[in-house]
Design a protein around this ligand. Structure first.
Ligand code: GTR
Length: 325
């Protein structure tokens, strides 16, 4: 009797010991608006493989690309709730939930892409990731991703702000961007990425704005927006976040593994990004998209009131950004 009890107790203890390990095994949902094969999607998938290897298969990523889990705004909300565990998103729609990030969302805040990269790779970049993680938004920001620069594409050629008069141009969901387009001379319309193609086709929109890989993969040029005016008005880095709900349950060792592999994903994505920009630019040109090179100064000048309105609270930080070589 005594022996039996001891054995049973031993078995129960063993079960208790192993149960938490078994329960911890999980497949995390990783999400992106971009399709399979896009630089951000590939880099996050590879990060998942490293985490799977590093945890002996205990944690896996399952990638849901192409907005299958919703638009970016909805995916941010799901990540805040823990329904999505890993999300790659533009900072644009993060502005309404973490206002501090709007410093990077302002028109012409970076001189060029090299300047943006120098800023995100340095202390300011880390500070901003930390601000997101420390905010009440329940998102833990682990790494930056490259989104190049956004330029305007329209059905009619645009060379100067006056050419945008009366044109309805889709902007990401953040009042700052609607103000930016209005200042640039057009009518900014806030809309989800997934609705832009049909809205262009039906004439609800006359144009939109994005980087070459997005313009190419989202096919917006096939909906009539064939004039691609090189305004480079927004250079918005993107982020990789983990839901705080998920993060809080990770062990310190797992968190380190996530941080390390996210940093590696940042560097990998940048290489993939540069190749994707070159490739999509060539393909867009081959498809008949006209790249219009312009003097961007009139657009820079026209958006000064937007920088003044939204930038006042970031004056010191903007001076530091400016000083980065
Ligand atoms: C892309 C960006 C996406 C999404 C999209 C948009 O450049 O990578 O995350 O924000 O633009 O315009 O909605």
């Amino acid at each position: 009797m005594f022996l039996r009890r001891t054995v049973l107790a031993g078995l129960a203890a063993a079960a208790l010991h192993f149960a938490p390990l078994a329960a911890q095994a999980q497949t995390m949902k990783a999400a992106d608006v971009h399709p399979a094969g896009y630089p951000t999607v590939v880099a996050v998938e590879n990060m998942g493989k490293k985490i799977e290897a590093g945890t002996n298969g205990r944690i896996k990523f399952q990638m849901f690309p192409g907005s299958v889990l919703g638009g970016e705004k909805e995916m941010i909300e799901q990540t805040q709730l823990g329904a999505i565990q890993v999300l790659r998103t533009s900072l644009g729609p993060v502005g309404p939930v973490v206002p501090e990030v709007n410093v990077f969302n302002m028109p012409f805040v970076f001189r060029d892409i090299a300047h943006m990269r120098a800023v995100i790779d340095g202390p300011i970049g880390q500070e901003l990731l930390d601000k997101i993680s420390a905010s009440p938004a329940r998102l833990v920001a682990l790494a930056w991703m490259d989104g190049g620069s956004r330029s305007l594409y329209t059905k009619k050629p645009v060379r100067k702000p006056e050419d945008l008069k009366g044109q309805k141009v889709r902007m990401m969901g953040n009042p700052l961007f609607v103000d930016t387009m209005n200042a640039m001379g057009g009518n900014g319309i806030s809309m989800g990425y997934g609705e832009v193609f049909t809205a262009l086709q039906t004439g609800v929109l006359d144009g939109a704005e994005n980087n070459p890989p997005s313009l190419y993969t989202a096919n917006h040029y096939k909906a009539g927006a064939k004039y691609y005016t090189q305004t480079h008005h927004l250079i918005i880095p993107e982020i990789l976040v983990v839901s705080k709900v998920t993060w809080d349950k990770l062990s310190p060792a797992d968190r380190e593994l996530f941080k390390r592999s996210a940093r590696e994903a940042q560097m990998e994505q940048r290489k993939l990004w540069d190749a994707a920009v070159a490739e999509s630019t060539a393909k867009l040109k081959a498809e008949g998209v006209e790249f219009i090179n312009i003097d961007t100064k009139p657009f820079y000048d026209a958006t000064a009131p937007v920088r003044a309105k939204y930038g006042a609270q970031f004056a010191e930080l903007m001076a530091r950004i400016d000083a980065v070589k």
